[in-house]
Structure formats: structure tokens, C-alpha cells
Write a protein that binds this ligand. Structure first.
Ligand code: ADP
Ligand code: MG
Length: 672
């Protein structure tokens, strides 16, 4: 139970410009537990200042203030917050109910701040409202109640956490005398029945008449103390315990912080939606652009993978220091002879080596089958193997060339069709002998016999692919060099590694042989770097929008704090700590960010889909098919953008929230 309240030499001065205002000085006073004290005196005599000191809302400039064994004159912020939260109930002249909360919720605030769960605190608040005769007004908002009802609600709020000290600053000042007397009678009853120490500031002699003792202040000092006759019956009743045990000290719950944040955001829906709109636009841009970057990157990766990331393309290196000779064939440093090819084949980690021989352009080729002659077109470029792993080409019949199968002819299906007799199938063409008839531009002709080994599905009706052996023969004939492979070598080798991871090692070894290499992996790295850079650039546009959005959030929070300054003062008086005030505002800012982020993510994804759809329409119009999804929102982007938006909100709210937390409760309570 509370001990004596002891004030000795207590003083409080304010600096107002150059002047020092002595609001209180040299106050010596003892207040007994359960006493009802009235503080009277003219306006400006220091009554409110004294009350604020007793409530731990303010610190004395000098002297001592002992309360329940606690030296309030030296107590730190945390101790004073505890003091307010557990032992003090404040009642104000202007009621100071929070306008957006019902009577029930207003009464429950001190319990909310003490971390009591919703159902328990509302049950207690309901009981308390019944005690003050407002059982029928629980769901009413302050604006729907009369002054007397509001003040009775405030009394219930001051009592809900079973304080040992009630501080009331002109509680009847805004009430007519009848209602004022009702409220005073209620306070007096609580004081005498529950032994709560009651200190009431008043101008009203009628009110003062309720008190055990009247202390009159004048110019910041005690001018007079009047002892009223005490009601003995009430004194004996004072031992009656208060109806509720004081709440435990767990502090404001996260759930209540979030609930309050939602409610407060709902107070200014238009403003907060507009503010969140800034975040939303930033996140839409960010998500749409990055998702497109990711999609394109995945598509490129996928295409490269089907081409074979484990392939290394080896070509000879030409000596560039040589003098320029216009008509001479450039000489490779290391020709890609069959010997070199088999040396590479023998390297550890090499799965296969596929040589390529290009044929001179301008060859006039026709194909003779059973005396019939068809003009054909020799496939150029990669020669034996297309890009991609063996077997990747789509065979209609027979087999394609492999590392071991290097001779024969593979016909495109359209050409094979023209060879088919009635009732024949592709299968019947396999093994058939054909003659390739070549004519040089200078008129020489020659014929090269071979046989059909496979039919490849594909476009065109003239294309024919021939094996390495045939190519070597033709090339030798063309250049008049029988040992052309030994001297000039192949044009290119496609070296397939066992594993993508061994590709870099193999490249190193092969390059040490004075050969040039190219791998899809290295090309993919470059492509990825370019795409990543692009993604960062695109993302930065969204980031910039978010920066602007952050300024909007900060601005909104500053306005909210200005509007709610008085509310912050009330919450502090009711026991909210600075940290809790900071959390309340930070979480509002975070919620604005999260809200904008979530909707932005949704709209950004949809926008990405739309752009994707348009891109596909366009590509299909241009004759490009088989392109995959170009806008992809991976989980990391979805989560990342929401977290990012929330963090932006929180960061934007940090400074405003810190300002709210720093507000001096006494100043905040004076704010209109
Ligand atoms: P009362 O409640 O008795 O009317 P107050 O305690 O509010 O008087 O004020 C006592 C004196 O201290 C007044 O002169 C008032 O102007 C001054 N005062 C109170 N608070 C402040 C403050 N925060 N800054 C400057 N002067 C103040
Ligand atoms: Mg006052």
C-alpha cells in the first residue's frame, strides 16, 4: 500500500526566453495514504505544475519528491513511466478521451498499455463503466456522450488499473454544477471506499468542501492549509481492498500496437491511401521491371542450356603479327589436324570431340540417284553436328552423324519425299547409293559416291548434309591438296565436356595449345552481366519512385503526429513509454509501406503479365515462336518487394516516430 507522499523544498522553474518563471518553490507537504486533498489557488499559482510533478509527467528543478518510497525527483524516464502506469490515475478538465475509441476501449487503455489481453481488459472495463453508472454507454464514442458521461468515463479509465493515487486537474471545470457534484461524489466514494489517495485541483469551493484537507497555493508557494473535519466512517472503510489486482508489467502488446496502427490509419483513409499510392507506384515499377529482367534472363539461360553449356568451340588461332599478304591463305598457329583432335579427345573430362569442316561457298552440287539428277544444297556451317548434344536433331529415319559415324549423307525430309516411289517409306531409302556431282566455277566436274544414312525432319526440299569424310574428299579436290586435313586441319572442333564445371579447366588447357575457344558458358556470363546491369537500372527506376514515396510517408507521419500531439500526451500520462509511442507510429508507417507494397506487387505482376502478353503477340507476328514466359516473379522478388516496401515505410517513419516519442507529455497535453 502507498506510504506517505513527501514533498520537501520542492521547486519547479521554467525558462521563458530571458525570464525565469518560478512556477513552484519551497513546497513542503506530506500527504497520508487515502487522504483526499484539494489544491486551490488562483490561475497560474502552480497547481497543475504540482500535479504533473506528482504524476511523474514532469521533473522538479529542485527539492525532493518521495512517493511510495520512490524518489521521483531522481527517477529516470523508465521509472516515471512505471509509476504512471501502475500507481497513478489521471483525470483532466477536458476529459481527454480518445475520440476514435468507444467508452469501453477508452477505459481499457491503461490495461492495454500494461499488456492485458483484449477479452480480459474489456471485461474489466465493462465492470468499471457499470460502477460509474455507464453500463449503457459502453459502445458510445466520446462525441456521443454528455460532458458528465465523458468525465465519468475518464474516472473509470483512471481507476481501471487499481491505482493508489488519483490526480484530477479541475475535473469539474467543464461541467455544470449538478454534474460536477455527481462526479465529485463518485470520486469521494472511491476515495473513502477503496482508500485511494485523491488529489484534486479545483476552483470550486463546493468541490473543495469534499476534501479532508485544502491546500491553497499562491505564486508557487503554499499560502494556507485548511484541515476539514474528517468523516470517521469513511476512514474505517479505507482498508477495503481494491476490486482488481494491479496488472502485470509486460507492456503494450505487439498485437495491440498493430491493431491501434490499423485503427489510426483508418482515421485518415484518403490521406493514407494516397501516401501508400506513392509506395504502390514504386513497387509496381520495381516488380514489373525486375520480373521482366528475370524472365528474359531465364529465357536466355534456357536457350543456352538447350544449346549445350558443356560445349567448347575450338578454332585455330591465326598469327596476326604476319605481314599482310592479300592473296595468301592465313596460316593457323596450330592447325586442327586429326592428330590435334585426338590429343584433345584424350584429355581428362572430355566426353566427345566433333570436328567441323566447312565447304567452299559457290559449289554447284547435284545428286544423282538411279540415273535421276536432283539439284541440292549442301548444308554449311557446323557440318557434321548441329549445335546441341548428339541426338538433338529430329530424325525421321536412320541416324545422324556421330563422333564415330563420319561418312554418308543425311537428307532433309522434303528432299527424301521427292525420292520416294509409290508405297515406299523413308526406311527404304536408307543405305541407298547416291552420287554427289560437283562442278567447279572453272568448269571441272567430279562425282563423289556415298550412301543415305538418315532422314532429318526439317524445312526445305533441297538440303543435304554430308559426313566429314565426304567433306574432306571434296575439300581436297577443290584445293588440289590430297592431305588437306594434315596441313590445314578442320575448321572447328566442338569439344563436349563431361561436366559444365570442368569447362573452364579444359578451356585453359586447349588455349595453351595456341587454339581459340568459345563456350556458351562464357557467352552466357556476358549476357547475364548485361541483363543484370539492365535489371539494376530498371530496378533503380522503381527504387527512385520509392524514395519519393518515402518522403510522402514521412510527411504524412509528421502531419499525423501534429494532429495527435494531445493524444500522445494522454497516452503518456496513462503510462505509455516513449518506446511504445515510437512503436505505435513506426508501425503505422510500416503498415502504409506494407499496404502499398502488397497491392503494388499484385499490380506489378499483372502489368508484367500484360507486357509479356503484348511481347508474345508481337513476336508471333514477327514469326518468332517458342519463346517462354518473359515476365517472371520469383518468390524472392515477391517477398523482397514487400519487405522492401515495409522497410521503406519504417525508415520513413523513424524520424517522425522519434519526434513523437520525445514529446514532453506536459507540453503535449497543453497542445490544442
Ligand atoms: P495553474 O495550474 O495553477 O493555473 P500552472 O501550474 O499551469 O498554474 O502554471 C504555473 C506557472 O508556471 C504559470 O505562470 C505558467 O505560465 C508557468 N508555466 C507552467 N508550465 C510552463 C511551461 N512549460 N513553460 C513555461 N512556463 C510554464
Ligand atoms: Mg492549471
Amino acid at each position: 500500500m502507498i506510504e506517505n507522499i513527501r514533498l520537501s523544498g520542492l521547486g519547479r522553474h521554467f525558462q521563458r526566453g530571458e525570464m525565469e518563471v518560478q512556477a513552484l518553490h519551497g513546497i513542503d507537504l506530506s500527504i497520508a495514504p487515502g487522504e483526499f486533498l484539494a489544491l486551490v489557488g488562483p490561475s497560474g499559482s502552480g497547481k497543475s505544475t504540482l500535479l504533473n510533478l506528482l504524476g511523474g509527467l514532469d521533473r522538479p528543478s529542485d527539492g525532493q519528491l518521495w512517493l511510495d518510497g520512490l524518489p521521483l525527483h531522481t527517477a529516470n524516464d523508465k521509472e516515471r513511466t512505471e509509476h504512471r502506469r501502475h500507481r497513478v490515475g489521471f483525470i483532466f478538465q477536458s476529459f481527454n478521451l480518445l475520440p476514435r475509441l468507444t467508452a469501453l476501449e477508452n477505459v481499457a487503455i491503461p490495461l492495454t498499455l500494461a499488456g492485458v489481453g483484449k477479452s480480459e481488459r474489456e471485461a474489466r472495463a465493462a465492470k468499471m463503466l457499470e460502477q460509474v453508472g455507464l453500463g449503457h454507454r459502453m459502445d458510445h464514442y466520446p462525441a456521443e456522450m454528455s460532458g458528465g458521461e465523458q468525465q465519468r468515463t475518464a474516472v473509470a479509465r483512471a481507476l481501471i488499473h487499481s491505482p493508489s493515487l488519483i490526480l484530477a486537474d479541475e475535473p469539474t471545470g467543464n461541467l455544470d454544477s449538478t454534474t460536477g457534484n455527481e462526479v465529485m461524489a463518485l470520486l469521494k466514494k472511491l476515495n473513502s471506499e477503496q482508500g485511494i489517495t485523491l488529489i484534486v485541483v479545483t476552483h470550486d469551493a463546493d468541490v473543495a468542501a469534499f476534501a479532508d484537507r485544502i491546500v491553497r497555493l499562491k505564486d508557487g508557494t503554499i499560502a494556507e492549509v485548511v484541515q476539514n473535519s474528517r468523516d470517521e466512517a469513511a476512514t474505517t472503510a479505507r482498508t477495503e481492498p481494491s476490486p482488481f489486482s494491479p496488472p502485470t508489467n509486460s507492456g503494450l502488446r505487439i498485437r495491440d500496437i498493430v491493431r491501434s496502427a490499423f485503427r489510426n490509419l483508418g482515421r485518415r483513409p484518403v490521406r493514407n491511401i494516397l501516401t501508400a499510392g506513392g509506395v504502390l507506384i514504386g513497387i509496381i515499377t520495381l516488380v514489373a521491371m525486375v520480373s521482366f529482367g528475370v524472365g528474359v534472363q531465364l529465357e536466355v539461360q534456357r536457350n543456352f542450356e538447350t544449346l549445350g553449356l558443356e560445349n567448347i568451340f575450338v578454332s585455330p588461332q591465326f598469327d596476326e603479327t604476319d605481314e599482310f599478304e592479300p592473296f595468301a591463305q592465313p596460316k593457323p598457329l596450330t592447325p586442327l589436324t586429326p592428330d590435334v583432335a585426338s590429343r584433345i579427345r584424350a584429355l581428362a573430362g572430355v566426353k566427345s570431340v566433333q570436328p567441323t569442316l566447312e565447304l567452299p561457298s559457290g559449289l554447284d552440287v547435284s545428286m544423282a540417284v538411279n540415273g535421276e539428277v536432283f539439284p541440292v544444297r549442301l548444308l554449311q556451317g557446323t557440318g557434321q553436328m548441329q549445335f546441341g548434344p548428339p541426338g538433338a536433331t529430329d530424325m525421321a529415319a536412320g541416324s545422324d552423324f556421330t563422333e564415330a559415324l563420319t561418312s554418308g549423307a543425311v537428307l532433309v525430309s522434303g528432299l527424301a519425299d521427292t525420292l520416294l516411289a509409290e508405297g515406299e517409306s523413308y526406311q527404304d531409302l536408307l543405305g541407298q547409293s547416291i552420287d554427289l556431282e560437283l562442278r567447279l566455277p572453272r568448269g571441272e566436274t567430279d562425282s563423289f559416291p556415298t550412301r543415305i544414312i538418315g532422314i532429318r525432319n526439317g524445312f526445305g526440299s533441297r538440303s543435304i548434309d554430308i559426313g566429314l569424310d565426304e567433306r574432306a574428299d571434296i575439300k581436297s579436290w577443290w584445293f588440289g591438296q590430297p592431305d588437306i586435313l594434315e596441313t590445314e586441319g578442320y575448321d572447328r572442333l566442338v569439344v563436349e565436356a563431361d561436366d559444365i564445371d570442368t569447362v573452364p579447366q579444359l578451356i585453359e588447357i586447349i588455349e595453351s595449345l595456341d587454339l581459340q575457344t568459345q563456350s556458351l558458358g562464357s557467352m552466357l556470363d556476358v549476357a547475364n552481366q548485361v541483363l543484370s546491369l539492365l535489371q539494376v537500372l530498371l530496378g533503380s527506376v522503381g527504387g527512385l519512385a520509392l524514395l519519393v514515396a518515402a518522403l510522402g510517408v514521412a510527411n504524412t507521419m509528421m502531419m499525423a503526429i501534429y494532429e495527435r500531439t494531445r493524444e500522445i500526451g494522454v497516452l503518456k500520462a496513462l503510462g505509455a513509454s516513449s518506446a511504445e509511442i515510437r512503436w505505435l507510429f513506426t508501425s503505422e508507417a510500416g503498415l502504409i509501406g506494407l499496404g502499398g507494397g502488397a497491392i503494388g506487387l499484385l499490380l506489378g505482376t499483372l502489368l508484367g503479365q500484360l507486357v509479356d502478353w503484348i511481347a508474345h503477340r508481337y513476336l508471333i507476328n514477327e514469326g518468332v515462336t517458342g519463346v517462354g514466359q518473359l515476365s517472371v516473379v520469383p518468390l524472392w522478388l515477391a517477398l523482397g518487394s514487400m519487405v522492401f516496401a515495409t522497410v521503406i515505410g519504417i525508415i520513413a517513419g523513424l524520424y517522425p516516430a522519434a519526434r513523437a516519442a520525445r514529446l514532453d507529455p506536459v507540453t503535449a497535453l497543453r497542445h490544442e
